[in-house]
Design a protein around this ligand. Structure first.
Ligand SMILES: NC(=O)c1ccc[n+]([C@@H]2O[C@H](COP(=O)([O-])OP(=O)(O)OC[C@H]3O[C@@H](n4cnc5c(N)ncnc54)[C@H](O)[C@@H]3O)[C@@H](O)[C@H]2O)c1
Length: 347
């Protein structure tokens, strides 16, 4: 049994608490939140679990093997690094940290302490995304041409981060899981409407370029009157449409695309033909992603495995988020992530 403490019992923490309490491989020992009233309320269904208001008290507890951090984004690095240095394994909510420098510090602290650092990129543990990964890896859809993602609704406004840091980690982590590499560059636009004084964008558009023809576009928005969770992966052979709000057929694979042939007679160089084939909806097992995620965290600790969503994948997502933020502030100015990396590595 891995003995766990959850830190942060606000909106999201109770989901981690419920799953760590239910997971056969983990024992929920304690929950820590600065807000005593909130702790009392959240821990009512868990009488055996200890309530702690000071995070420091967890650090030298020999009966706690791991901590799960569900506090505001800018606290992830200080809490995570302290826990790693105290010899705890660490699970951190998305995004891994509030800056590249913080995320790098966490990855380094995990390596130095030889402890598991995992980020909760929840969708990676969901049935549809696992199935999409299998289809992409099988080669069935061919070369990746484009990814087009829309994640919009009348959102839960955050006070510490903008819509990009709040919503885009989901889509960027799915993209990272599928392609496993950083884009060459990003250009992003964003606007603040509700909270202009605090400079917190509530609408944003991100465009990523991977240098080999793959382009990815993300729209995240807290002001949309309708909720949309739509993700399209276009390939040279087939395409996948993933609609997370669809009750039964959340993934559809389209055998539809173009054929290119020489157009000798018309001398236009090439002739484009349209190919329409079958559309099918693969079976997707119904599992709670968070249940799979906490069980995977325990398995990685027990068996010394590298998490599917390890610190490095969290860092790649934070690199894109930070570059998006810089691009938004430069009114869509192109940020070359590869150049940034080289400069940082040389420094
Ligand atoms: N995986 C997902 O789908 C998902 C969904 C929502 C939120 N999140 C993430 O969860 C994290 C928390 O978000 P939230 O919406 O629950 O925030 P929240 O503000 O509702 O809750 C944060 C809690 O942390 C406590 N806290 C803050 N600093 C602390 C400290 N130093 N020690 C102990 N407690 C402290 C606060 O008192 C509060 O109760 C964020 O990183 C967010 O991005 C993830």
């Amino acid at each position: 049994m891995i003995r766990v403490a959850v830190i942060g019992a606000g909106y999201w923490g109770p989901n981690l608490i419920r799953n760590f309490a239910a997971c056969p491989e983990t024992e929920l020992v304690a929950v820590c939140d600065r807000d005593q009233q909130r702790l009392t309320q959240v821990l009512r269904p868990y009488p055996g679990v200890e309530a702690i208001t000071d995070f420091e008290q967890l650090l030298d507890r020999a009966d706690i093997d791991a901590v799960a951090i569900a506090t505001p984004v800018n606290t992830h690095a200080p809490l995570g690094v302290a826990a790693l240095q105290a010899g705890k394994h660490v699970l951190v909510e998305k995004p891994l940290a509030g800056s590249v420098a913080d995320a790098e510090q966490m990855v380094e602290a995990a390596a130095a302490a030889n402890r598991v650092l995992m980020v909760d990129h929840t969708f990676i543990y969901s049935g549809p995304v696992q199935r999409i990964k299998q289809i992409v890896d099988s080669g069935e859809i061919g070369d990746l041409y484009f990814v087009d993602s829309v994640r919009i609704n009348l959102g839960m406004f955050q006070h510490d981060v903008n819509v990009v840091w709040d919503l885009a980690p989901h889509d960027l982590s799915i993209l990272d899981f599928l392609v496993g590499r950083l884009p060459r560059s990003i250009s992003a636009f964003g606007a603040c409407h509700a909270n202009e004084a605090a400079d917190i964008e509530d609408v944003a558009y991100l465009n990523l370029d991977f240098s080999d023809g793959l382009l990815a576009s993300f729209h995240v928005n807290w002001l949309s009157p309708v909720k949309v969770r739509h993700f399209i992966i276009g390939g040279s052979e087939k395409s996948i449409v993933y609609d997370d709000l669809e009750p039964t057929e959340r993934i559809k694979v389209y055998d539809r695309g173009i054929t290119v042939s020489d157009d000798v007679e018309a001398k236009r160089g090439v002739m484009i033909g349209y190919r329409t084939g079958d559309v099918w909806s693969p079976h997707v097992p119904q599992v709670e992603p968070l249940a799979k995620m906490v069980s995977h965290f325990a398995e990685c600790i027990q068996q010394g495995k590298q998490p599917l969503t390890d610190g490095e994948s969290g860092l790649r997502v934070v690199r894109i988020l930070e570059a998006a933020q810089r691009s938004i502030k430069a009114q869509g100015g192109r940020i070359t992530i590869w150049d940034d990396l080289q400069i940082r590595r040389a420094a």
